[in-house]
Design a binder for this molecule. Structure first.
Ligand code: ZN
Length: 84
């Protein structure tokens, strides 16, 4: 289980929570944090939209189903977190 020690979650945590969020298995507190993050973060709301499109197309949530462009965007995102 992911531990969220800080009040606000960061992008990496949000990305890790997407699947649970869509499956409805997040705790109420984590869901609130996740949604608060999405509202403040265009990158993660775009990511969530891409995941939703993937689900509509394939009926399942698998990171491997992401488009190469989406994966490249995420890789770039992770790289920026590490450099900050
Ligand atoms: Zn984010």
């Amino acid at each position: 289980m992911l531990s969220l020690r800080r009040k606000d979650i960061v992008c990496q945590q949000a990305v890790e929570l997407v699947t649970d969020y869509l499956e409805g298995t997040l705790s109420r507190r984590d869901r609130r944090r996740f949604e608060a993050h999405l509202q403040a973060c265009p990158n993660c709301s775009t990511y969530l939209e891409q995941i939703k499109e993937t689900i509509e197309l394939t009926g399942q949530v698998e990171p491997d189903d992401l488009t190469p462009q989406a994966r490249a965007d995420l890789t770039e995102l992770y790289r920026r977190w590490r450099s900050e």
